[in-house]
Design a protein around this ligand. Structure first.
Ligand code: FES
Ligand code: FES
Length: 159
């Protein structure tokens, strides 16, 4: 076991863990952050995504000891009681079905919009590639990303 400090959503946590433990387990089991989901556990679906240094990162295949920089989870996208424009757009477009994959969809969309604030449909498809949804919500997710882009650019009033 090793003690290590993790900065998550603006707060520093000290954890005592095996260095090879997947970051996802630490977030869910030690820190009680249940936004990131366990889907495949193999780095293939994206349900476990968090953002580390601007990159949507699959926490199920990220050893905790390899993490450099602050981690943002779904819980950290907006202050308590508020919604990030992406979350608001998700609601307005009714993007989720069962919801299981949606953490990964939202966190991957956040990283995409941070590096490209006005993506085309093709760029959205490319940026969201390999973030899987069994419920086939892809078209609603695409619409939600376009709506969020407008909101974040101040071209559409938030509800
Ligand atoms: S649970 Fe991590 S990529 Fe599927
Ligand atoms: S909303 Fe059900 S898996 Fe995506």
């Amino acid at each position: 076991m090793s003690k290590m400090a993790l900065k998550v959503n603006g707060a520093v946590h000290t954890v005592d863990v095996e260095p090879s433990t997947p970051l996802l387990y630490i977030l869910r089991n030690d820190l009680g952050l249940h936004g990131p989901h366990f889907g495949c556990g193999l780095g293939q679906c994206g349900a476990c995504a968090v953002i580390i240094q601007g990159v949507a990162t699959r926490s199920c295949v990220t050893p905790v000891s390899s993490v450099k920089g602050e981690i943002t989870t779904l819980e950290g996208l907006a202050p308590p009681g508020k919604l990030h424009p992406i979350q608001q757009a998700w609601i307005e477009e009714q993007a989720p079905a069962c919801g299981f994959c949606q953490n990964g969809q939202i966190m991957t969309a956040k990283a995409l919009l941070d590096r490209n604030p006005n993506p085309t449909d093709a760029q959205i498809r490319e940026g969201m590639n390999r973030t899987l949804c069994r419920c086939m919500t892809y078209y609603r997710i695409q619409a939600a990303i376009k709506r969020a882009a407008k909101m974040m650019a101040g071209k559409e009033a938030r509800a």
